[in-house]
Design a protein around this ligand. Sequence first.
Ligand code: INI
Length: 154
Amino acid sequence: MNILEGSLDGRDLKLAIAVSRFNESVTKALLDGALAQLKRMGVSESNVSVAWVPGAFELPGVAARFAKSGKFDAIIVLGAVIRGATPHFDHVSNAVNSGIAHLAREGQIPVIFGVLTTDNTEQAMDRAGLKCGNKGADAASAAVEMVNLYKRMP
Ligand code: INI
């Protein structure tokens, strides 16, 4: 049996992060969690590029450009789409979900989805370092694991 797994060794890896400014108190906490976790895994700060975008809707476009550049081993997108009184929530979350899923499926490098979709700010903050861990840190771990897994795949 051939079991394929990726390690959490981030040494020498180059990572790009696209993070949205909408709901910035949440997304900044996701970014801080991701950067701290990358550091723990041995990723050098000079090997990390961060692009801020206005909102989650803009994440797939920037992630696609990072992917096309050929300069990175993986891309992480971070955002927070919080349900409001308007149908905008569904439009934005559907667009970012399908855009990133397409890139992750079709691209050569891992594209990791760290976008929270929650009913309210409290649920989002809980997932950005309060009660339920930090999904930015989880996304960072997933990125390094997937890069190392892809390297082992035929
Ligand atoms: N962008 C978000 O990142 N989160 C949201 O909750 C959100 N809501 O609810 O509207 C949001 N909208 C902005 C959108 O992502 C774009 O930046 C905007 O439509 C310009 O293209």
